[in-house]
Design a protein around this ligand. Sequence first.
Ligand SMILES: CC(C)(COP(=O)(O)OP(=O)(O)OC[C@H]1O[C@@H](n2cnc3c(N)ncnc32)[C@H](O)[C@@H]1OP(=O)(O)O)[C@@H](O)C(=O)NCCC(=O)NCCS
Length: 148
Amino acid sequence: MHTTDKKTATKDPGLGQLPPGQPALRSVPMPSDSNHNGDIFGGWVLAQMDIAGSVPVAEIAEGRFATVAIDAMRFHMPIFIGDLVSLYADIVRIGNTSVTVKVETWVKRRATREVVKVTEGVFIYVTINDDGKPRPVPRRAQSAERGG
Ligand SMILES: CC(C)(COP(=O)(O)OP(=O)(O)OC[C@H]1O[C@@H](n2cnc3c(N)ncnc32)[C@H](O)[C@@H]1OP(=O)(O)O)[C@@H](O)C(=O)NCCC(=O)NCCS
């Protein structure tokens, strides 16, 4: 699980260094991912964030899960074609049937090599059974979160 250094990584978006640890996902957007302004389409970014957030959930879900909600979504700055996009995902809460993941998107600008946090949001996933109904998050994950 990625552990973000909150003191450095959640400051106001701006120039800086990538957060410590491994991103859940990295990508480079293409011209086909852009909107009418020529910047990257927000829907592309959201999809990448949903995928990144699902990575730590997949590690603990032991089966199917689905995205139920996205909270506190912010687009701080645009992403440009060719930027190196790194997405960081941290589990912040494990409930009975839900797992809450904080996702941050950082880019290294292709042109200037500047590093900037461009989006953040909180993604909530629900572990589901074969009928698509909520099922408890496996106990192993819950006791690991408690340090057991
Ligand atoms: C996910 C789904 C099975 C959940 O079923 P549900 O009957 O709505 O679930 P519940 O009301 O029992 O809530 C299940 C958990 O999700 C949480 N939850 C539900 N809605 C939430 C919301 N808007 N924000 C935060 N948490 C939420 C509940 O608090 C609960 O967590 P807990 O068990 O840890 O306390 C159902 O909503 C569904 O199938 N949604 C579509 C999922 C999908 O297709 N996602 C892809 C994105 S398009």
